[in-house]
Design a protein around this ligand. Structure first.
Ligand SMILES: Cc1cc2nc3c(=O)[nH]c(=O)nc-3n(C[C@H](O)[C@H](O)[C@H](O)COP(=O)(O)O)c2cc1C
Ligand SMILES: [Fe+2]
Ligand SMILES: [Fe+2]
Length: 394
C-alpha cells in the first residue's frame, strides 16, 4: 500500500507513525492530542540508514512507509538514538527483514539493545561522541546526550543538510502537524513535554545545549511531534527552561474534601492575583498532571493545599508532592496550607515528602476545621509576603 511520507530534504524522509488515539504515556502522562513516533530515512549514495523506529503495533506501517521509498532489505544501518520502546520497539521487526543492517548506538545503548531487544552483539556498532559515519554524500555525526532522558541517549546530525535528529529532546506529544511553525500553541505542548520528560535533567540538558552551540542547525527533527524548520524558536525556549528561568508565576495545587482547604487556597489565589501574580490553579481531584508539570516549568513558587486524612496528607496531595519533588522544577518558594479535624499530620507528611529541597518555605498555615476570618487575614499576609518574593528578581 502506498503510504504518506514526507520528503524533508534531498534523500531524507519522514517515515513515522501518528497515534491519534493514544491517551496515556508511561502509564502516567496524559496525551490530550495523541502523539507521533517519528522515524526518518537518510539515503546516502553508498549506504541507507533508518533513524529510530516506532512504537510496538506500528511496525507494519513503518515497513510500508519505508518500502514506498526504498527496499527495506537494503537498509545498512538502524540508528537507535534512544532505547525506549516508543522508538526502539520496532527494531527487532525491522532488523529481521533488513538482515544485513547494523544497529548504531552508544556503548550504553548497545547493552540496552541486547537486554531489551535481544539484538546480537555482532549486529551492533557502538559509537562515541563526535564519531561520524559516511553514507556517501550524507555524513552522520553522533553526539552523546546522556540522561536526556535515559542514560544511553544520543543525537544524530546530518552534516550536509544540517538536520539534527535528537529523538525525545525538542519533542512534543502531538499526533498532528508537520512543521512546528504551522502548529498553534506548539510551545505550550513542547513546554508540557519538557516538564514531564526533560525537566528532571536540567543540568544534562544544559550540557547538551552547550554541545550544540556551535553546530549550524537548519532543521530539528525530533521523535515526537512536528519538525522544527525554524529551530531558533525551540532552541531559545529550551535555553530558558534548562537554565530554570521562571516567571512572576505561582502554581497552586490542592485538594479539599469539605471545602476548608478550598476556602484557604481561594483566598491565597485572590491575594496573589490582586498583587499581579500570574496563577495556575490546579484542583488535584480533577487536575491534569501534564498541565501541572507544564506550569511547574516556569513558576517561581508553589502553594500546596491539603487536609489531613487518616493521620497524613490526602493521597492526591502526597502524589502531587512526590511528583513535584521528582520533576525537580526550578521553583524557589513554597507555601503550605492545611486543615485538620483533630490530630493533624498533613503538613508533617508534606514536609517529609518534600525532604531536602533548595526551596524557601515562605509560610505554613495549619488550621483546625474551616478557616475563620482571622485565618483568612493570615493568608492575605502570607500571600503578600509570597508576592513580594516572587516579584523580586530571582
Ligand atoms: C476520610 C477522612 C479522614 C480524616 N482523617 C483525619 C485524621 O486522621 N486526622 C485529622 O486531624 N483529621 C482528619 N479528618 C478531618 C479533616 O482533616 C478535616 O475535616 C478538615 O477540616 C477537612 O478539610 P477540607 O474541608 O479541606 O477537606 C479526616 C476527614 C475525613 C473526611
Ligand atoms: Fe523516551
Ligand atoms: Fe519518546
Amino acid at each position: 500500500m502506498e503510504r504518506n511520507t514526507l520528503k524533508m530534504a534531498e534523500n531524507i524522509y519522514w517515515v513515522g507513525a501518528r497515534d491519534w488515539n493514544r491517551r496515556l504515556f508511561d502509564a502516567l502522562i496524559t496525551l490530550p492530542k495523541g502523539t507521533s513516533y517519528n522515524a526518518y530515512l537518510v539515503l546516502g549514495e553508498k549506504e541507507k540508514t533508518l533513524i529510530d523506529t516506532v512504537n510496538p503495533g506500528f511496525e507494519k506501517e513503518l515497513e510500508e512507509k519505508i518500502r514506498s521509498i526504498t527496499k527495506l532489505e537494503e537498509i545498512d544501518y538502524v540508528i537507535m538514538n534512544h532505547a525506549e520502546p516508543d522508538h526502539a520497539g520496532a527494531i527487532p521487526y525491522i532488523m529481521k527483514i533488513a538482515a544485513k543492517a547494523k544497529l548504531v548506538t552508544t556503548v550504553k545503548g548497545a547493552k540496552m539493545a541486547q537486554t531489551y531487544y535481544h539484538i546480537p552483539q555482532e549486529r551492533i556498532k557502538p559509537v562515541t561522541d563526535n564519531e561520524t559515519l559516511n553514507l556517501g554524500g550524507k555524513t552522520l555525526r553522533f553526539t552523546e546526550a546522556p540522561m536526556l532522558h535515559w542514560p544511553e541517549t544520543m543525537f544524530t546530525y546530518v552534516e550536509e543538510d544540517k538536520i539534527l535528529f535528537p529523538c525525545d529532546f525538542f519533542g512534543s506529544h502531538l499526533a498532528g502537524g508537520v512543521y512546528s511553525d504551522e502548529v498553534e500553541d506548539l510551545l505550550i505542548h513542547a513546554q508540557r513535554y519538557w516538564g514531564e520528560i526533560m525537566m528532571p535533567f536540567r543540568p544534562m540538558a544544559q550540557k547538551a545545549l552547550e554541545k550544540l552551540k556551535d553546530l549550524e542547525i537548519r532543521m530539528i527533527a525530533p521523535s515526537h511531534g512536528p519538525i522544527h524548520r525554524k529551530p531558533e524558536i525551540i532552541l531559545n525556549a529550551y535555553k530558558k527552561w534548562a537554565n530554570g528561568e521562571t516567571r512572576r508565576k505561582v502554581t497552586i495545587a490542592y485538594v479539599s474534601m469539605w471545602n476548608s482547604t478550598e476556602v484557604m487556597v481561594r483566598q491565597m489565589a485572590e491575594t496573589l492575583a490582586a498583587e499581579g501574580i500570574e496563577l495556575a490553579f490546579h484542583n488535584l481531584a480533577s487536575a491534569d498532571i501534564g498541565d501541572l508539570a507544564k506550569d511547574l516549568v516556569d513558576s517561581r513558587a508553589i502553594v500546596l493545599g491539603t487536609p489531613t486524612v487518616l493521620g497524613g496528607a490526602h493521597p492526591l496531595a502526597v502524589y502531587a508532592t512526590y511528583l513535584f519533588k521528582a520533576l525537580r522544577p526550578p521553583t524557589k518558594f513554597a507555601v503550605l496550607l492545611s486543615s485538620y479535624g483533630w490530630g493533624g499530620g498533613a503538613i508533617k507528611q508534606i514536609q517529609e515528602t518534600l525532604g531536602q529541597l533548595q526551596i524557601e518555605i515562605v509560610g505554613v498555615l495549619d488550621i483546625n476545621g474551616p478557616p475563620t476570618y482571622d485565618n483568612l487575614k493570615q493568608i492575605v499576609e502570607i500571600g503578600k509576603t509570597l508576592a513580594g518574593k516572587v516579584k523580586e528578581k530571582p
